[in-house]
Design a protein around this ligand. Structure first.
Ligand SMILES: [Zn+2]
Length: 233
């Protein structure tokens, strides 16, 4: 089936190159849930949890859109999974050939709650593969250049991902966090191979012309979308 990508720009991760147009990160436009056509598009009501939902043949997009969770996993043919973010990290995962895929919303709460480990575990079960075979890409998010958090938030990130908080001292009562490192660290701890993982390190806050940032623009900002789809047949 026809899977056309439309502008605007789509950022791709090299590690997911085998999936071609079926995986990427882009800015969402009104009325567009995902820049793929010819597939069933699934999204969630995201609540910064570590809940991960499996999309089987019985699930309908309208039903799933109302469900509160922050991760999706599927091996259903012709299903696109989407995650919306505006500083948090969109994480896309794929079993070999992308026959089973996952999309996760990883902000600091999801990271502290272990959503990466949970997503990997469920994807491995769904695809019947070991974590060492899984490919994963973390997309544009607020970078360590811009992501200042209070000490308690830093402590909670570090409790799960010690490499997610920068060691250099910062303003009193604050630390800088690196969500990409936090995500990669958890993926590696879950058994993924470093050569199978990648972070597209484009800071949302540093790119006002092309990316949305909650920290920069507030709650009315737009959203980036991370999408990943299984083959149609
Ligand atoms: Zn930045």
């Amino acid at each position: 089936m026809d899977e056309k990508l439309q502008p605007p720009d789509v950022l791709r991760a090299e590690v997911l190159a085998a999936l071609g147009e079926r995986a990427g990160f882009t800015t969402r436009r009104p009325g567009e849930a995902c820049p793929l056509t010819g597939v069933a598009v699934f999204g969630l009501t995201q609540v910064h949890s570590s809940r991960v939902l499996v999309i089987d043949e019985t699930r309908e997009p309208d039903e799933v859109r109302r469900m509160e969770a922050d991760g999706l996993v599927t091996s259903r043919p012709g299903a696109a999974l989407t995650i919306r973010v505006a500083d948090c990290v969109p994480v896309l995962l794929a079993a070999p050939q992308g026959r089973a895929v996952a999309a996760l919303h990883a902000g600091w709460r999801g990271i502290a709650g272990g959503i990466l480990a949970r997503g990997v575990e469920i994807l491995c079960r769904e695809a019947q593969v070991d974590a060492g075979q899984i490919l994963a890409a973390a997309g544009p998010a607020i970078g360590p250049c811009c992501y200042e958090v209070d000490l308690e938030t830093g402590r909670r990130i570090a409790s799960r991902s010690p490499q997610g908080v920068l060691a250099e001292p910062h303003d009193e009562g604050k630390v800088m966090a690196d969500l990409w490192q936090a995500v990669l660290g958890q993926l590696h701890a879950a058994g993924l191979s470093p050569e199978h993982t990648e972070a597209v390190r484009t800071c949302t806050r540093c790119h006002p012309g092309s990316l949305h940032s909650y920290r920069r623009d507030g709650p009315l900002t737009g959203r980036q979308i991370g999408f990943i789809a299984t083959p149609v047949d």
